[in-house]
Design a protein around this ligand. Structure first.
Ligand SMILES: Cc1cc2nc3c(=O)[nH]c(=O)nc-3n(C[C@H](O)[C@H](O)[C@H](O)COP(=O)(O)O)c2cc1C
Length: 326
């Protein structure tokens, strides 16, 4: 029995991938993740805002007259190189010490920086790239067509500028989720990560200040991802990496049954430690053994909505079974 599979076209021994987070920003953790059986690791994202912040902080230390013109250009490019350099050092070190795929992760908002960072990640030697395009439709002026155009412009341009596999990590909010994910999968990308869990805003009613909701997911957060993976896994032209709410070996099995190619974990590693990857892998193998499966392909997608089946009818039937006992 084996759990070998492919992730973005790369061979991996386990479908359990460590998602991008603070834990993957440290070489010792990355080594431990490989030892505990991670199929691949996605390093902490480079956020464009973080680089801009570093640039601004450095500029604030300059004499006001220097903060313009040539000096600005010079400092901006120097600081940006320095901030990115730290990420690239981690990737290079990880490539030296690990055998599993090391995936870079980028989260930008300006078109130029998507381009620059993507090419530089490829040069740094990562095996693939996850582009966190968790663009949320916050603006009343932003229409469906605008979001569409934004995604296709960025993806089409990036696809031409790098040759390594690309995966797009998307948020949970789209008006036309099924249709949009399908069109995304036709854009010559290698995978879609469903979904990014955006940090929710909360309000402290004593201080009357904005604060943020807990950043870690709970086991109940799995259901939204599970539903969309089941609906879309047979209808997309690329693999799905399932993310958000995977906390137990049973959750890994559910995502694979729904048709996920790989399953990403983050919160459960924060809660239980990096070694918890062993529990997840052992649990998956134990379940396969009990059910008599020798490879993932024997059961992957067995519980997905079929290619010619209407998802709305499928879910309506489940609803009627439960509430009307039909
Ligand atoms: C502390 C923390 C840091 C994270 N940092 C990133 C990041 O840098 N880039 C990214 O794409 N996702 C980031 N995420 C989101 C995770 O990759 C993942 O999508 C999310 O936590 C849902 O998965 P989970 O339920 O397994 O936690 C972060 C999550 C947490 C909890």
């Amino acid at each position: 029995m084996d759990t070998k599979t492919k992730y973005l076209g790369l061979d991996i021994d386990s479908p359990i991938v460590v998602g991008s987070c603070g834990l993957t920003n440290d070489i010792n953790n990355l080594v431990k993740m490989e030892q505990a059986g991670a199929g691949a690791v996605i390093v902490k994202s480079v956020f464009e805002e973080q680089i801009i912040y570093d640039i601004k902080r450095n500029l604030s230390m300059m004499a006001p007259t220097d903060a313009y013109g040539m000096s600005y250009e010079y400092v901006a490019s120097h600081v940006s190189d320095d901030s990115l350099g730290k990420h690239f050092e981690l990737i290079k070190e990880a490539k030296k010490r690990l055998h599993i795929p090391v995936v870079g992760s980028i989260n930008c908002y300006s078109f130029e920086n998507w381009m620059t960072y993507t090419q530089r990640f490829q040069e740094a030697g990562c095996d693939a790239l996850e582009l966190n395009m968790a663009i949320l439709p916050y603006e009343t002026t932003l229409s469906n067509e605008d979001v569409d155009r934004l995604f296709s412009n960025i993806i089409n341009t990036l696809r031409k500028s790098v040759s390594i596999p690309i995966s797009i990590k998307v948020s949970q909010n789209f008006t036309d989720m099924a249709n949009f994910m399908q069109r995304l999968s036709w854009m010559n990308i290698n995978g879609i990560t469903m979904f990014n869990k955006s940090l929710n805003v909360d309000i402290d009613i004593d201080k009357m200040e904005l604060t943020h909701a807990p950043s870690l997911s709970n086991p109940d957060d799995i259901f939204n991802t599970l539903r969309w993976v089941a609906i879309l896994s047979k209808k997309l032209r690329c693999d799905i990496s399932a993310s958000t709410g995977v906390h137990s070996p049973a959750d890994v099995v559910k995502m694979l049954l729904a048709g996920a190619g790989t399953v990403q974990v983050v919160s459960c590693l924060y809660k239980n430690g990096v070694d918890y990857l062993r529990t997840l892998n052992d649990g998956l193998r134990k379940w396969m053994e009990e059910k008599g499966f020798e490879s993932l392909s024997q059961f992957r997608g067995n519980m997905a909505v079929k290619p010619n089946e209407e998802a709305s009818m499928f879910f309506r039937t489940q609803f009627m079974k439960h509430f009307a006992q039909i």
